[in-house]
Design a protein around this ligand. Structure first.
Ligand code: SF4
Ligand code: SF4
Length: 379
């Protein structure tokens, strides 16, 4: 049995699992420096088991990821794998900076070409800067010269911005955040559709949402285990992303051999999700969104608070945040709210909790919300 591949441009067989190198083993938990011996063992194992797409970026491990790959790949045939790297436009102020960074990447990677090159983390502001500095034109020249084989971008913004980027230039591929939790809440569905409509092959990042979907919540985990007792919880998320027909490869930022072996098992002789399994993923996404929701009905029996806290309003803002995982929106809403009504005013008198028909431990919840408020709202 071999790892499943998909054909890119009808000719390049790309492994459906790609090795992301932003979370490689480190020399200790404080440092970004890579533990070369352990990381090399993983890299060699990945290549030996058919992974041929290796993804890095200028700032991964604070620059150590490219250095590591340049050294660790030296004893592998350059034609046996595809390297992906990215232009961090926020680190460039001039066109000369762009050229300097690109040349530095080739030097660190000890190669004279990069197979898949991306404009890193495109959003409205970064894309405007790329246009102003002529980055696409520069990279197109590099493609013509053979220093880049395929040109794409990675993306973090709204579908409207994605549509604009797709309409502005011709792209060989694009990379988006796609997983069953973000399918609705981060507009991943619309982003995937835009790429498919424009026949742009899709690379998936964050299939396990930074690890959150490796341990969703007790109810979802239980249903996953009942359906496939031998499969890890993370494998459901990997299979979800890989089941999309326009997905070329699913990147996983693996940190140890256990994760690598689990992902390899999932992608070897790959079986897409059935309709029933797909429904299970969406029910898990629902439970994940709801797991921290405060069961406040807005009845206002707890009001008025002697300290001025608008209890139901504060709970409503928090619930919107937890259901939509929209941290920036929550921060803005808290900032806009009257400071006298915000959680930090609570003095834990307990009067409200006695009145709450939902038996919510309001003072304790308010203390949690006050901590979050302190992090999100500048004094
Ligand atoms: S416990 Fe806090 S939120 Fe509840 S009434 Fe007292 S001060 Fe207001
Ligand atoms: S009494 Fe309980 S359910 Fe009603 S608004 Fe207050 S916290 Fe919410």
């Amino acid at each position: 049995m071999a790892i499943t591949t998909r054909l890119f441009k009808d000719k390049l067989p790309i492994s459906l699992l790609g090795l992301g190198t932003m979370r490689l083993p480190r020399i200790n938990s404080e440092a970004s420096k890579i533990d070369d011996a352990r990381a090399k063992e993983m890299l060699d194992y990945a290549l030996a088991h058919g992974i041929n797409y290796i993804d890095t970026a200028y700032m991964y491990h604070e620059g150590d990821s490219e250095r590591f790959l340049g050294e660790a790949l030296a004893d592998h045939d350059r034609a046996s794998y595809y390297l992906a790297d990215k232009m961090p436009i926020w680190m460039a102020e001039t066109a000369e900076d762009v050229e300097r960074i690109f040349n530095h990447q080739l030097q660190k990677l000890k190669t004279d070409y990069i197979d898949f090159y991306l404009l890193h983390s495109q959003n409205k502001a970064n894309f405007e800067k790329c246009k102003a500095l002529g980055v696409y034109e520069f990279l197109s020249r590099k493609r013509e010269e053979g220093a880049i084989r395929y040109l794409g971008f990675s993306f973090h913004d709204t579908p409207d911005v994605l549509q604009e980027i797709v309409d502005t230039y011709a792209w060989d591929f694009a990379q988006i955040q796609l997983n069953y939790a973000d399918w609705e809440i981060q507009d991943a569905r619309r982003q995937y559709e835009i790429l498919a409509e424009n026949k742009i092959p899709c690379i998936v990042m964050e299939p396990v949402r930074g690890g959150a979907l490796a341990d969703v919540c007790p109810s979802a985990n239980e249903r996953f285990r009942a359906a496939r007792p031998d499969a890890s919880i993370a494998s459901w998320a990997i299979r979800y992303a890989a089941s999309m027909p326009n997905v070329m490869t699913v990147l996983s930022g693996m940190s140890n051999m256990e994760q690598l072996e689990d992902n390899l098992a999932t992608m070897t002789d790959f079986k897409p999700l059935t309709e029933e399994e797909l429904a299970l993923c969406y029910s898990a996404a629902h439970d994940w969104r709801m797991k921290d929701v405060i069961p406040c009905t807005g009845c206002r029996y707890c009001m008025d608070c002697p300290a001025g806290v608008d209890i139901p309003a504060m709970f409503a803002l928090f619930n919107d945040y937890t259901m939509n995982k929209a941290r920036g929106r929550y921060a803005r809403a808290l900032t806009d709210a009257d400071p006298a009504t915000r959680p930090h005013n609570c003095v834990a008198c307990g009067m409200c909790a006695e009145q709450c028909p939902q038996h919510i431990a309001i003072p304790e919840k308010m203390a949690e919300l006050a901590k979050l408020e302190a992090k999100l709202v500048k004094a």
